[in-house]
Design a protein around this ligand. Sequence first.
Ligand SMILES: *[C@@H]1O[C@H](CO)[C@@H](O)[C@H](O)[C@H]1NC(C)=O
Ligand SMILES: *[C@@H]1O[C@H](CO)[C@@H](O)[C@H](O)[C@H]1NC(C)=O
Ligand SMILES: *[C@@H]1O[C@H](CO)[C@@H](O)[C@H](O)[C@H]1NC(C)=O
Ligand SMILES: *[C@@H]1O[C@H](CO)[C@@H](O)[C@H](O)[C@H]1NC(C)=O
Ligand SMILES: *[C@@H]1O[C@H](CO)[C@@H](O)[C@H](O)[C@H]1NC(C)=O
Ligand SMILES: *[C@@H]1O[C@H](CO)[C@@H](O)[C@H](O)[C@H]1NC(C)=O
Ligand SMILES: *[C@@H]1O[C@H](CO)[C@@H](O)[C@H](O)[C@H]1NC(C)=O
Ligand SMILES: *[C@@H]1O[C@H](CO)[C@@H](O)[C@H](O)[C@H]1NC(C)=O
Length: 455
Amino acid sequence: MIVSNLLLLLLPVVRAVGGPGFSIFDTPSEALLPSNDPFYMSEPADLSAYSLGDLIRIRVAPGNLSAMFNASAVYNIVYRTEDSLGHPLWSFSTVFSPLNPYSSTPTSNHSRHGASSRGNGTAFMSYQLPYNTPSVDWSVSVLMYDPTQTATLGDVTAALQRGWFVSVPDFEGPYAASTAGSLEGKVILDGVRAVYSLAALDDSELAGLEPLGLDPAHASFSLWGYSGGAISSGWAGEMQPYYAPDLQPYFAGLVIGGMPPGFMSTADLLDGTSSAGLLPNALLGLTQQFPEAREFLVSSLKQEKAQDFLAALNMSALQGFVAFYNQSIFDYFINGRDDLNHPILTSLYDGHYDLRLKGVPSVPVFAYKAIGDQFSSIQLSDQLITEYCDGGAVVLYERNTVGEHISELQNGHSRSLDWIDSLFNGTHAETYGTSACVIKNVTVVDPTGPPLGQL
Ligand SMILES: *[C@@H]1O[C@H](CO)[C@@H](O)[C@H](O)[C@H]1NC(C)=O
Ligand SMILES: *[C@@H]1O[C@H](CO)[C@@H](O)[C@H](O)[C@H]1NC(C)=O
Ligand SMILES: *[C@@H]1O[C@H](CO)[C@@H](O)[C@H](O)[C@H]1NC(C)=O
Ligand SMILES: *[C@@H]1O[C@H](CO)[C@@H](O)[C@H](O)[C@H]1NC(C)=O
Ligand SMILES: *[C@@H]1O[C@H](CO)[C@@H](O)[C@H](O)[C@H]1NC(C)=O
Ligand SMILES: *[C@@H]1O[C@H](CO)[C@@H](O)[C@H](O)[C@H]1NC(C)=O
Ligand SMILES: *[C@@H]1O[C@H](CO)[C@@H](O)[C@H](O)[C@H]1NC(C)=O
Ligand SMILES: *[C@@H]1O[C@H](CO)[C@@H](O)[C@H](O)[C@H]1NC(C)=O
């Protein structure tokens, strides 16, 4: 990643009605690190005067993402959202237009239990990549320039091949609040609103930019995320009925895979393993918005190990895996595991991390997980799904008898795409039936998924 300090040319505000309006920025000649990119990180003036989901900044994405992803165009957007505590915040997403947009006309009553699913017009997906970092400079918008950093972008290229528009939000926000689902859900939903706003702009408002090409009146959207992306997508699904009821007519379905409910249970499974590095990244991300909890976390570290732990503040997920390989993270703390189980931290797990806190999704849910998932408990996932079902959600939950956390990312690829596709194209009920809650064991190996390796 090459960092440069280019001056950005700020064009005049082109829309002044209904809030402060947005600005169109020139594209820098190279991708910048977020911390060095005023488009991304400078706090917008009058932030609180914008409504949730309002566009604030737009530009064509720098670099050759169109070529890398076979997209017809790629945009960066900055939009208004809010943090876990309801304070005004902005966030960033990368929005891809497919080369050959999918479209369909309604063929049948494909809705399961009347849940919204239009099967008409264009299709759009918000894809939450599990980038698991407390550093904004390792956000997914940075990783996507380097395909060796992450495998799950293969889900994005596959969606584009199917003709869907795809938004890939930096759902941890500008302060990289990794695993803070209560922030991430809002960032995702406001990102969806912002994409609809972008789609609605006409030529004069776009001041020379190519229009997105998505028909905002007839576009359905789905959410999809695996692992850390399932925490954030799950929160978005649970919050949507009250946080973004305006999106209801467009919201087709929610896909969550490899979801890791139960912070301490997950910590017990990860500690001392090759994936232990997820823990420092999660603890630092989760305490990002909560100074007292951060202070407790830092003051609980053994003095001689504090610096090594805090180095994670600047690490990508991949760097964390390497730095903490096979280490006990509990052993970094004066009182070991007990410190992570302290009420100051457990109140964050209970209030801002765990799923099934904010209700149940109002749209059909596809959930998938390997029974042998070594990162998080299958029993707690079963319990989550049972609670969704008891709460009236429409769910297909597939427990894979093969594989573990990493392989299930690959093995869930085609199943997720097909499930979403069926909602978009009107074949859902005939393919998946109309039962409210289907829980089954499957045995699926899917070599077409993204290559195995890093999440
Ligand atoms: C994109 O740019 C990078 C860096 O210049 C280069 O390595 C890569 O081959 C390019 N990819 C495409 C598809 O053009
Ligand atoms: C892009 O399209 C070309 C030509 O169809 C294909 O060979 C290549 O694999 C595609 N790449 C991606 C990332 O979809
Ligand atoms: C579609 O089917 C659902 C469930 O089978 C039903 O509740 C709904 O009323 C139907 N909608 C239409 C427009 O027929
Ligand atoms: C389907 O889309 C077409 C054109 O995009 C529109 O005219 C029609 O009203 C839509 N039908 C429904 C049921 O939304
Ligand atoms: C890491 O731990 C695993 C067991 O969790 C063990 O199989 C492996 O040999 C360890 N690797 C190293 C390099 O110590
Ligand atoms: C993270 O990187 C920044 C900028 O390079 C540096 O100022 C800071 O000290 C680093 N933090 C840690 C904990 O290493
Ligand atoms: C709808 O999507 C499913 C899943 O991808 C696919 O198998 C089917 O052929 C599609 N049907 C239509 C009518 O496009
Ligand atoms: C699914 O597999 C579990 C073992 O993980 C087993 O206990 C359960 O009975 C199986 N369920 C079905 C419906 O076969």
